[in-house]
Ligand binder design. Structure first.
Ligand code: ATP
Length: 358
């Protein structure tokens, strides 16, 4: 690590690993975020490999999708090996496929892959061992740094600003069209997974955290036969009705999550999760004193009429309500029927058009 990057400070911790701020070595070394992911169970290894796979696919080719600079495999207490593009640590792939963690994986052992002394290895074995890192105890993902934090922190730490909100949602719709165009379904879109870089021109939005994402065949525009998934995943307030209902769902579940996010950003709608002290962006349905996630409410009653802009219950400062064209588009994105929602590609055009309606 120290040959390539300098670790500077811890930025935060997620459910799986720790994120550090760092810098590339050299006089003009770029600021980077370095995420250390310990490989302690087959389940988490599978998530890391999915994340790595997607980040390698998107590489650095869209301004609103987080860019991966490199990935390193930790093969000893102080040994990191740069993974070549397209290469994965074989033992991690085995772990994810077999559902087991090889003995010794949970510890940073100094042992090599075989009990044989190096000199007794057959040449072919040796070359494979050198080409593919063995006994990988952690993956280190090096990506672009987002000094603005996540979308919750960014939006809620500043006074409402309609122009900025419009820019945020346009960038998100552009990222979604790009990802779905590549056949990537995110499956966990929410403000915590959207990071922000600060530039003189305003915020630059970066869709991140691809641990739950799935790669499918490229989605062809106009072809409604989208690959379907069944495992329930996502975050309560952002999950689509079909995911709540435990039915098969497609990439259109991402459009619903994006609809919740857009509505919350545009109207600055927030909620407090049990046990949390900080507000989070997210739209919901109000039942008496209870807030029900939109997807849950719609899964119970698909005919439920959402009211956009939202009425009452919110404290200032508030941005002005979205225009009628934007409200109609939000209602389409939040339709109970996934096929009634616009595709990511349609959304990009419709949003641009609706925002221009003044
Ligand atoms: N590229 C980045 N630049 C700046 N900060 C980052 C970057 N990536 C992650 N972070 C911050 O590091 C912290 C941990 O992020 P991480 O992605 O590991 O977990 P999370 O998304 O918060 O939680 P979980 O993984 O449980 O969903 C968060 O505060 C996140 O905003």
């Amino acid at each position: 690590m120290e040959e390539l990057y300098i670790l500077q400070r811890e930025v935060g911790r997620g459910s799986y690993g720790v994120v550090f701020e760092g810098r590339e070595k050299g006089a003009h070394g770029e600021r980077v975020a370095i995420k250390r992911l310990p490989c302690s169970s087959p389940e988490c290894i599978q998530l890391y490999l999915q994340e790595l796979w997607v980040m390698r696919t998107t590489a650095q080719s869209h301004p609103n999708v987080i860019a991966l600079h490199s990935c390193l495999a930790q093969t000893g207490p102080n040994t990191l090996q740069l993974l070549k593009p397209g290469r994965l640590p074989l033992d991690l792939v085995e772990s994810a496929l077999k559902g087991t963690v090889p003995a010794g994986q949970k510890h940073n052992t100094k042992s090599t892959n075989s009990n044989l002394p190096r000199s007794r290895k057959r040449p072919a074995e040796q070359s494979v061992a050198e080409a593919i890192p063995r006994r990988c105890s952690a993956l280190w993902l090096v990506m672009e740094y987002c000094e603005g934090g996540d979308l919750n922190n960014y939006i809620l730490s500043q006074p409402p600003d309609t122009e900025r909100n419009h820019s945020v949602i346009e960038q998100l719709s552009s990222a979604m069209a790009f990802l779905h165009g590549l056949g990537i379904v995110h499956r966990d879109l929410k403000p915590d997974n959207v990071l922000v870089q600060l530039s003189k021109m305003g915020p630059v939005i970066k869709v991140a955290d691809f641990g739950l994402s799935k790669m499918t065949e490229r989605l062809i525009e106009g072809d409604n036969t989208r690959p379907a998934f069944s495992s329930t995943c996502g975050s309560d307030f952002y999950m689509a009705p079909e995911v709540w209902a435990g039915r098969n769902y497609t990439s259109q579940a991402d459009i619903f999550s994006l609809g919740v996010l857009f509505w919350a950003v545009l109207e600055r709608i927030t909620f407090l999760e049990d046990g949390c002290t900080h507000e989070q962006l997210g739209a919901y349905f109000v039942r008496g004193r209870w807030l029900t996630p939109l997807g849950e409410a719609l899964s119970q009653n698909p005919a439920l009429q959402l009211v956009i802009p939202m009425k009452g219950r919110r404290a200032p400062p508030l941005p002005p309500p979205p225009n009628a064209a934007v409200c109609t588009l939000l209602l389409h994105m939040l339709a109970s029927d996934p096929d009634a929602r616009p595709s990511a590609h349609q959304l990009e055009g419709s949003l641009r058009h609706a925002l221009r309606q003044g």
